[in-house]
Design a protein around this ligand. Structure first.
Ligand SMILES: C[S@@+](CC[C@H](N)C(=O)[O-])C[C@H]1O[C@@H](n2cnc3c(N)ncnc32)[C@H](O)[C@@H]1O
Length: 226
């Protein structure tokens, strides 16, 4: 039986180009190791986004690009809240389903194969949404943000967490197909989609990057309301 490479190993094993392709769409023999690596390197940022979103009792929360949905449990602390993850990688959907089952969250959490550009969801069905380290892979900001605005009920919140463009340019893999956006550009796109920016936070940490190196990380968290 073959085992996936250790998570710490796989990011060093892959070329920047292949690592970028895996971060965009984890797949194949490396998918699970990539997911574990992302969970470690993105954990603090995800927890910051979840704290900013502050999901309340009985709220329905949507996550775009959750990978293996490692943080669904953190999003479901409030009583009666419900979680839906929309993920473009079928390997991640499978891994997330196994994870939600193992955590006993199946009755409150669901993961579906789908794409941020065309959400197969009715209007105004969500109270909150988040996307962490995912907007780099959207063809444009407009379509997914309009889709998110459509599925959020009036007054609902959206949290976007993404790397500062200057910081991201220091990461070798980000040169391979990542769309990097300035903070002001994302704010403008949110407003154009009919969302009102109501909060911003900078997130800095020193840690291990997806390529295994020690780096000073710099991210932005934007909170908007429908
Ligand atoms: C870099 S990973 C981030 C995963 C997780 N949010 C985190 O913070 O660790 C990006 C994830 O977004 C997913 N993704 C990329 N483009 C997407 C799209 N258009 N719609 C939905 N998910 C997408 C990828 O498959 C991958 O699981």
């Amino acid at each position: 039986m073959s085992c996936p490479p250790a998570a710490t190993g796989v990011t060093r094993l892959l070329s920047p180009e292949h690592l970028a392709a895996q971060l965009r769409h984890p797949h194949g023999e490396h998918a699970l190791a990539i997911a574990e690596s992302m969970n470690r390197s993105n954990g603090a940022l995800n927890r910051a986004a979840i704290a900013l979103l502050a999901v309340g009792p009985a709220e329905r929360v949507l996550e775009i690009g959750p990978g293996n949905a490692a943080f669904a449990g953190d999003l479901l602390h409030a009583a009666g809240s419900r979680y839906l993850g929309i993920e473009v990688s079928s390997d991640m959907v499978e891994a997330a389903q196994a994870r939600l089952h193992a955590a006993g969250l199946e009755d409150r959490a669901e993961i579906r194969l789908g794409d941020a550009h065309t959400l197969a969801l009715p209007e105004a069905c969500m109270d909150a949404a988040l996307a962490v380290n995912t907007l780099y892979f959207w063809e444009d900001l407009r379509t997914p943000l309009e889709e998110l605005a459509r599925v959020l009920r009036p007054g609902a919140r959206l949290c976007l967490a993404f790397g500062d463009a200057a910081f991201m340019r220091t990461l070798p893999f980000a040169a391979h197909g990542f769309h990097l956006h300035a903070l002001a550009e994302v704010e403008l796109a949110l407003r154009s989609a009919g969302l009102r920016v109501c909060g911003w936070r900078s997130h800095r940490e020193t840690g291990t990057g997806n390529d295994g190196s020690q780096i000073d990380k710099h991210f932005h968290l934007l909170l908007a309301r429908r």
